[in-house]
Design a protein around this ligand. Structure first.
Ligand SMILES: *Cc1c(COP(=O)(O)O)cnc(C)c1O
Length: 815
């Protein structure tokens, strides 16, 4: 990147506060967790609706970053670094990217559409990289922020770009068009319904087509709704299964269980193509790629040879449990330099052990010479404080001189032969390699062996939901995130770690041991223990946990230990019973409480809280009002008599939604964080966090009159295909979910559960579903949702989520 502080000043038309004379900028960052090359980083402090990166600047300056683009200089930082003050930091980032893009004149493919963008981008990269030095968006970086960051990674050696653009509402595409300036446009599947954010399907298409305003060609599935928005200067290349006037007419669609065969007619020549997929979406995405290859004048034979090698795309970084208490970050399908940076950020953010290990293959298609490329890699590895580095491949051993403690193997097999001697233990291991290295074998060798059922947790969704609730509150209101019951079944440590990054004020757990395991894993946030047993008080004190005190008996027991240990101002939380009648001081014990606490120096009342019994049910709003009034009265009494100003809090998730006027100084967010609201309107704004997945173990066909499972509770009334899934009631799937009540989702279709759910397995009907053994099965997630399951099973989502057995592996990922 050849930008320096002076031309940034002129592009943004603003003056530096500070003196960065002529400094070159080689990294643009917006993520305070990035640790790379701080000296030459220009950090953009982005301001979201709920998130303001200006709060991270102080930390970043300590880490050595000294150039910032900001909307204002935070208090006390003037003179400590160089600041370029602009009105809108996101627009500034976009302006820099648009300027930077216009310095290059090679072909750029721009991809947009409702579905398939990332897959088409990744496949095109695979198909074209034998002939081009391709730069592409890493992962699914397609947003107002992701697109500029992707484009800024172009360098002089690249000669083809592939970037995706994703929008959620009108007026966003204009910006992305200026940044990508695609010469070749692809519109992937546009979906049939109009999404939220657009008034109509037509408006959505019109907005998306803006990306191609100045393109030389646009590729799309033939559709006159699309054609009306193609500018006259742009060449239209369409495909169709039905319309013979399309540029490429595709006929004869046949498929086996694994492949689809098509015939396509292009410029009067008919050719056949074998596509290694059977589902409609993949076939359409392959056809989009086919049209690009035809436009670039590839011959039918080369096209066939390359397309038959296409593979399913794994777009996420996954965290898995490894052998010997290791954690694995599985990024075994990509090795480009851009995504290495992202993966290292993720490693830093997720590190669950002091020791960080990277296993990396040769890097291809960086556009740089090996010498320059691996110098950059070495810099990244060093600045990220990687404890051990393992290189696999021919070219990566160039790093030998730059990383003296690293070890190298010529190929994956040689590594696997030596894996025992490497003594992997208590470390977080990033496994990242080009596809040809088959690092999935390394992941398999290092992963803890469990069965195929996993609960996948989307960390981005948790961030989203956290920010959603935060935006409903006054900016000064503090937040306690409830991570009791192993984060509502979703994983305690990983979620606590993420919340720490979001600067949540408090964590809440039910029992002392939950808090202890978070503290010993390195969580620094204050943690309130809702239900401390008297026997756990010494451990609570030792681990600096903060007990909720709900009775005089408990208070006296705690005070006794606190006095023995000569504590001073140890934080405690006073729970009041205002009507829930579960735990807490009742009105008639307040006087005694005051007498006991008056003048006591060993403890300090950090907060006063109560809990609502009916915040989720507006039929009981009078009762909520009664509880809030009583809380106001009792807490004021305590505050006046004891002359204290503690944090007061009473709202849980549905309290935040329904009674925001009672937010006091803090709220306690629980189920909402995990993507569940009891209000169907609000539910639309939350993102699904947990997806419980398994696979098909076996498929069989049974005849009319045959039965399935224990007690022959299902009788086939036709010839049926039955799939067995290795998940049962021992994993937390209610038995009552069987026998025609529940379903699982396979290939986006509903497969009803047949007969009773067994201890470790269940059987489903896949007669109407094109699927095979080993295919993925969704037990809950987007469909069925946990809320739907709870309704059918006459329970609440909390119970479903927290029932999933600990033997089900949790896998965390970030999109
Ligand atoms: C669990 C719990 C919460 C969070 O409740 P949600 O309904 O999940 O938001 C808040 N406060 C207390 C005391 C709790 O036990």
């Amino acid at each position: 990147m050849n930008l320096n502080s002076a031309n940034i000043e002129s592009i943004l038309n603003s003056k530096w506060n500070g003196n960065p004379t002529g400094e070159t900028i080689d990294t643009i960052s917006i993520d305070s967790r990035s640790l790379q090359n701080n000296e030459k980083t220009l950090f953009f402090a982005l301001v979201g609706i709920n998130n303001d990166a200006h709060i991270y600047l102080k930390d970043l300056i300590t880490k050595g970053v000294h150039n910032f683009v900001v909307t204002h200089i935070p208090d006390g930082l003037e003179g400590k670094a160089n600041f370029l003050v602009v009105k809108n930091t996101l627009e500034a980032l976009q302006q820099i990217a648009a300027h930077y893009r216009s310095l290059f004149s090679f072909p750029i493919i721009g991809v947009t559409g409702s579905n398939g963008k990332t897959i088409v981008k990744e496949w095109l990269n695979f198909l074209l990289s034998p002939d081009f030095n391709v730069i592409r968006s890493p992962k699914s970086y397609n947003s107002q922020v992701g697109v500029p960051l992707s484009v800024l990674a172009i360098n002089e050696q690249h000669n083809l770009g592939i970037f995706e653009a994703g929008i959620s509402t009108v007026s966003e595409m204009e910006q992305l068009q200026k940044i990508i300036q695609p010469t070749i446009g692809i519109l992937t599947n546009i979906g049939s319904a109009h999404d939220e954010g657009f008034a109509s399907l037509e408006e959505k298409i019109k907005e998306k087509m803006l990306l191609f305003n100045h393109s030389e060609v646009v590729i799309y599935q033939k559709n006159n709704k699309v054609e009306q928005f193609i500018s006259p200067k742009t060449k239209a290349i369409s495909w169709s299964f039905a319309d013979t006037t399309a540029t490429v007419f595709i006929s004869k669609k046949e498929h086996t269980h694994e492949n689809t065969f098509v015939e396509y007619n292009y410029k009067g020549n008919v050719s056949t193509l074998e596509i290694p997929f059977v589902d409609d979406a993949s076939v359409e995405n392959v056809i989009s790629c086919l049209l690009v290859l035809l436009y670039l004048e590839y011959d039918a034979k080369t096209i066939q040879n390359r397309i038959e090698l296409l593979y399913p795309i794994e777009m996420r970084l996954k965290v898995k449990k490894g052998i010997n208490n290791c954690s694995l970050i599985d990024d075994s399908y990509s090795s480009d330099f851009q995504s290495l940076k992202i993966a290292l950020d993720f490693l830093e953010n997720q590190k669950q052990h002091q020791k960080k290990t990277v296993v990396l293959s040769d890097i291809f298609q960086s556009g740089l010479s090996n010498e320059v490329l691996y110098s950059k890699v070495a810099e990244l590895i060093i600045s990220n404080n990687i404890s051990r580095f393992i290189g696999i491949g021919e070219t990566i051993s160039t790093l030998k001189t730059k990383l003296p403690n690293a070890v190298f193997y010529k190929d994956t097999n040689t590594f696997l032969v030596h894996v025992e001697q490497l003594n992997f233990e208590n470390e977080t291991i990033l496994i990242k390699g080009a596809r040809s290295f088959q690092f999935e074998e390394i992941v398999a060798a290092l992963a803890e062996k469990t069965h195929e059922t996993v609960l996948e947790i989307n960390l981005n969704a948790i961030s989203h939901n956290f920010n959603f609730f935060k935006s409903k509150l006054k900016p000064t209101t503090k937040m306690m995130a409830m991570v009791k019951a192993f984060g509502y079944g979703s994983g305690g440590f990983e979620i606590a770690k993420l919340l720490e990054h979001h600067k949540v004020d408090y964590l809440g757990v039910a029992f002392a041991d939950e808090g202890i395991s978070l503290k010993t894993a390195g969580i620094k946030l204050p943690i309130m223990v809702l239900n401390p047993e008297n026997t756990s008080f010494p451990a609570i004190i030792q681990h600096q946990l903060e007990p909720e005190i709900y009775s005089l008996k408990g208070l006296n027991a705690f005070l006794k230990i606190a006095e023995q240990k000569k504590l001073k101002d140890f934080p405690i939380h006073i729970k009041l019973d205002t009507g829930m009648h579960r735990l807490g001081f009742e009105a008639n014990t307040i006087d005694d409480l005051i007498v006991t606490l008056k003048g006591n120096q060993t403890v300090k009342v950090k907060s006063i809280l109560s809990h609502l019994a009916t915040s989720d049910d507006l039929q009981h709003k009078d009762f909520v009002a009664y509880q809030i009034n009583l809380f106001e009265k009792l807490s004021s009494q305590l505050m006046n008599k004891l002359q204290i100003t503690p944090i007061r809090h009473i709202l849980n998730t549905s309290g935040i939604s329904n009674f925001p006027q009672a937010q006091y100084d803090m709220v306690r967010l629980g189920i909402g964080l995990y993507g569940v609201s009891n209000d169907s309107e609000e539910q639309k704004y939350l993102e699904n966090v947990g997806t419980l997945k398994s696979i098909i173990s076996q498929i069989r066909t049974i005849q009319l009159g045959e039965s399935v499972g224990y007690g022959r509770r299902f009788m086939a009334n036709r010839e049926s295909r039955i799939a067995t899934i290795p998940i049962g009631y021992a994993d937390g799937i209610a038995r009552s979910w069987g026998n025609g009540v529940g379903f699982v989702t396979i290939k986006n279709k509903k497969a009803p559960i047949l007969g009773s759910v067994c201890m470790d397995m269940l059987m489903v009907d896949v007669t109407e579903i094109e699927c095979k053994e080993g295919d993925s099965v969704v037990i809950f997630g987007e469909s069925p949702t946990v809320t739907y399951m709870a309704e059918q099973l006459k329970t609440i989502p909390y119970e479903i989520l927290t029932s999933i057995s600990q033997r089900v592996k949790r896998v965390f990922y970030r999109e």
